[in-house]
Design a protein around this ligand. Sequence first.
Ligand SMILES: Cc1cc2nc3c(=O)[nH]c(=O)nc-3n(C[C@H](O)[C@H](O)[C@H](O)COP(=O)(O)OP(=O)(O)OC[C@H]3O[C@@H](n4cnc5c(N)ncnc54)[C@H](O)[C@@H]3O)c2cc1C
Ligand code: SF4
Length: 432
Amino acid sequence: MPRAIVVGSGAGGATIAKELQGPFEVTVLEEGGDFRPLGLSLATMEKLKRTHLLLDEREIQLVFPAMRIAKTVDGMALVRGRGLGGTTTVSCGNALRMDHDLKALGIDLDSEFEETCREIPVSTSHQKRWKRTTRELFEICRDMGLAPEPLPKMGDYERCLNCGRCVLGCQNGAKWDSRRFLQAAIDKGATVVTGCKVERVVNREGRAAGVEVRQRLGRKFYPADLVILAAGGFGTPVILQNSGIACEPRLFVDPVLCVATRWENSPQARELAMPFVVQKDEFILSPYFDYVSFLFNKGWRYPANDTLGIMIKLADSNAGAVFGRRITKTLSDQDRKSLKEAVGLCQEILAKLGIPERDTFLGTVNAGHPGGMLPLTAGIAESLHDERLPDNLYVADATLLPRSLGNPPILTIIALAKRIAKICTGARSSPR
Ligand SMILES: Cc1cc2nc3c(=O)[nH]c(=O)nc-3n(C[C@H](O)[C@H](O)[C@H](O)COP(=O)(O)OP(=O)(O)OC[C@H]3O[C@@H](n4cnc5c(N)ncnc54)[C@H](O)[C@@H]3O)c2cc1C
Ligand code: SF4
């Protein structure tokens, strides 16, 4: 049986591993280890915060190894998941189909989205558990003509305890993450190797012969007939560049900025993250307790139970790059203009709750939806294969997205990975 190496076990990697196992003998190589939710209680986190020892967002990995934060020179905190399940384990479970840009390129993923929705339960049943302030915010947005919508979530929300710890890992089995697809791949016979950092693809005579990895015991070569890179928007470009394949400086990250205020007995730290969304052209808004700002931003001085925030998630410009450990990403003038408009809108919403603008404060700009450095184009809408890559090397993660979605990308990445699996197995012919 031909051997396939899949690099990464997040949204793209776990999906394609599940789809390829059978026609291929799949080995998933994952840099991190098993996922464990953050065990610290909110009370312990508050104590830690009061010690003033939490100086830098990058320290998060000391207590929560599955979450990694890098910083740009401008101080933007770039968040990603590391380990089995990738960034899906620290996601909010939001499930939106966001393929309008792909459709415009001629990529029709209808059947892949249908398959995905048959495999992953998606619902808005969490709405019945919303607490009073959330319901009030929803009504305010509706009365302002902002057309808020409950956010569809992936998983089994009958099991949701409304604990508010979605981004710290769900301990109750309610939120879906890609470890479920990974398990399905393992059940069919796939092998998963953790603690295995892929450094480069080894090319021989114009084909990918396998990958070179760094493991605890040193370097190793894994041979393969097919290689799929799904190491995420920050990881895949590094492997490509190490392999002599240039990427494009079109990195987007979907920056997040929270506008917060003091609000006694705020439910947010104890309620499902991002219950509803307001969609605008350049950004979305959603109620959100921002752990990154709460733990590390000196301006966030109120207790968690007295902090109320609205997240702005921006569809940023395609400008930035990752080279090795260095990530360059700055907000463009247009990004700053959109953020300013969004901050004003959040302040208007909070004003309807009776909070004057002077009582609001901003969080740390952080971001967790990287992608865009090997973007799909209309010319490869059928093959989904960039001509810079050897024939038997594919990318199957957010690196392929042509521009920022400014919205949750997991469903769209899964649908893309499913299509690439069909091309690789011949279930759908590639015109190359
Ligand atoms: C706090 C937060 C909340 C989010 N909430 C949502 C949400 O509600 N809904 C949504 O749709 N999206 C959400 N996202 C975004 C979403 O999780 C990611 O965009 C998505 O998981 C990206 O999928 P991917 O396959 O590109 O990469 P990832 O899921 O990041 O997977 C990449 C994997 O590759 C591994 N890896 C990296 N480098 C190497 C290497 N060299 N060798 C081997 N392995 C490697 C990583 O450890 C990781 O497991 C959220 C993101 C964050 C940070
Ligand atoms: S609120 Fe808690 S139980 Fe519900 S999905 Fe999030 S982490 Fe899981």
